[in-house]
Design a protein around this ligand. Structure first.
Ligand code: ADP
Length: 495
């Protein structure tokens, strides 16, 4: 492991786009300020990126407004919009390796995963939404009186979108795809940790024929650029993915300004429930994947591994062995399963949670320290004997730290799994159909994965119950976020 970390490989890509993309052009920020984006493998600077602030958000919103009200966008047919998204998907495929390398460099995720999973999903999502663009239509509804009643589904207008750093390109796709398919214009603020791929993708979208002003990308920080977008009086809707804490701020800013509707995809503390009838080796592997995928930086990570007492000891031993086998190293190297955490802040936060786990009396089964001597790598860490009231069982760690809890029976585990402020996802592992169905109905979460985990498909809706969010992304439900409903009533005869 150490050797795989100490000697970083040169990234096979160049950084070409670092300015703000406003009204179809790359421009410096109004203040002229820039910020550094860092390589999580070393902490070194990758590039200096234009730092957008309230003034740049104003320019971007003006451009989006003009493109929505006057520009070619609202006059184009749905089929023309669909074809732009299809051409964009082709360009993503063509530039798959550059996008993936840029994503790995900025984020630290294994290149093989970025190139084979994340970027292909980006083009798949674009084709999915291209398919919707010309199939969005209203209704004619029966009324009691002598009236002809039509219900139109119109784009909302200028939408603000704020995305996080853990899946920069996928979050771009989940936001931009449905908004464009429905005919809106966009101001998107990328995460300050990972500004590079949104600029590259947006450039490709313009190459695919997107008119100027339809998608504007402003890099910058949350409390400045992000807050200016959420509280802008001329933004008609805001969509956000990130922490629950920031989600509350976004909703408050939206309410205090112009009451723009808000969709939120927030944190989680997802249970992964393993029954005693399950194949243990398979369960160990799946629970490991559910937690450790993407360096543990998934809002839906299976971060509470509930194991039936009959198989608990064996499960803990095998989970330890699996974590020890996990290949940590430079994400550009082949065969690497885990790269560094995103930055120094997250790195320290995860290590603090590990200390809190030890202090609260959980058993540290393996890991617990940084890996290597530079960058933000952390050893795959497993805790057993975790109790519900411990901080590591309640708060989102967002790192490679698995918490294993023991349970006796189904009713008990349902109650404990649901005793969380979050409700994003859950995993269920059993061969018993009745058990699976009972759990599936009882769990108060937006996604239940039965004998699988992290299956993401363009058509599957994703989102949270409780404090994990408001609204759904992907699938048919995501379109509702970006459409206004207008009722039109006309008499059928003169009375
Ligand atoms: P994390 O803690 O994982 O960085 P955040 O929820 O803080 O998650 O960040 C997700 C996104 O929200 C980022 O693009 C970030 O810049 C933005 N953000 C953070 N704080 C605010 C804020 N006060 N207003 C608007 N956006 C914000």
């Amino acid at each position: 492991t150490a050797a795989a970390i100490e000697d970083p490989v040169a990234p096979p890509v160049q950084v070409n786009y670092t300015k703000l993309l406003i009204n179809g052009k790359f421009v410096d920020s109004a203040s002229g300020k820039t910020f550094q984006t860092l390589d999580p493998r070393t902490g070194e600077v990758i590039a200096h990126v234009a730092e957008g602030d309230a003034e740049d958000i104003n320019c971007a919103v003006r451009a989006a407004r003009k493109a929505f009200d006057e520009g070619p966008w609202p006059k184009m047919t749905a089929y023309e919009r669909s074809r732009i998204l299809l051409r964009f998907a082709d360009l993503i495929d063509k530039h798959n390796d550059e996008l993936a390398a840029l994503e790995t460099w900025d984020n630290g995720k294994p290149y093989e995963q970025a190139a084979k999973i994340e970027v292909p999903m980006l083009s798949r999502l674009m084709r999915y939404y291209a398919g919707w663009a010309d199939k969005i239509h209203g209704l004619i509804v029966p009324a009691d009186g002598p009236h002809h009643v039509q219900v139109l589904h119109e784009p909302i207008g200028v939408v603000g979108q704020i995305i996080p750093w853990n899946f920069p390109l996928l979050m771009f796709a989940w936001k931009v795809g449905p908004a464009l398919a429905c005919g809106n214009t966009i101001v998107l603020k990328s995460a300050e940790q990972t500004p590079l791929t949104a600029l590259y993708a947006a450039k490709l979208l313009h190459e695919a024929g997107l008119p100027e002003g339809v998608l504007n990308v402003v890099s910058g920080f949350g409390p400045t650029a992000g807050a200016a977008l959420a509280s802008h009086m001329d933004v008609d809707k805001i969509a956000f993915t990130g922490s629950t804490e920031t989600g509350k701020i976004i909703q408050e800013l939206a309410a205090r300004s112009n009451l723009k509707p808000v969709t939120l995809e927030l944190g989680g503390k997802s249970p992964f429930i393993i029954m005693d009838d399950a194949n243990i080796d398979h369960a160990v592997e799946l629970a490991h994947f559910a937690l450790f995928f993407n360096q543990g930086q998934c809002c839906c990570a299976g971060s509470r591994t509930f194991v039936h007492e009959n198989v608990y000891d064996e499960f803990v031993e095998k989970s330890k062995a699996r974590a020890l086998k996990r290949v940590v190293g430079d994400p550009f190297k082949n065969g690497i399963e885990q790269g560094p955490q995103i930055d120094g802040e997250q790195f320290s936060k995860v290590l603090r949670y590990i200390r809190a786990g030890v202090d609260s009396g959980a058993t540290l089964v393996t890991g617990g320290e940084r890996a290597g001597s530079k960058g933000f790598y952390i050893q795959p860490t497993v805790f057993s004997d975790v109790k519900d009231n411990m901080v590591i069982a309640q708060e989102e760690i967002f790192g490679p730290v698995q918490s294993i809890l023991k349970f006796k029976d189904l009713n008990e585990v349902i109650q404990r799994a649901n005793a969380s402020k979050y409700g994003l996802a859950a995993g269920v592992f059993t061969n018993n159909l009745n058990t699976a169905n009972t759990l599936m109905r009882a769990l108060r979460v937006g996604t239940v994965w039965i004998n699988c985990f992290d299956v993401f498909d363009a058509a599957i809706p994703f989102g949270g119950y409780k404090m994990s969010g408001v609204g759904r992304e992907k699938g048919i439900d995501s379109l509702k976020n970006y459409l206004q409903v207008k009722a039109v009533v006309t008499p059928l005869r003169n009375s």
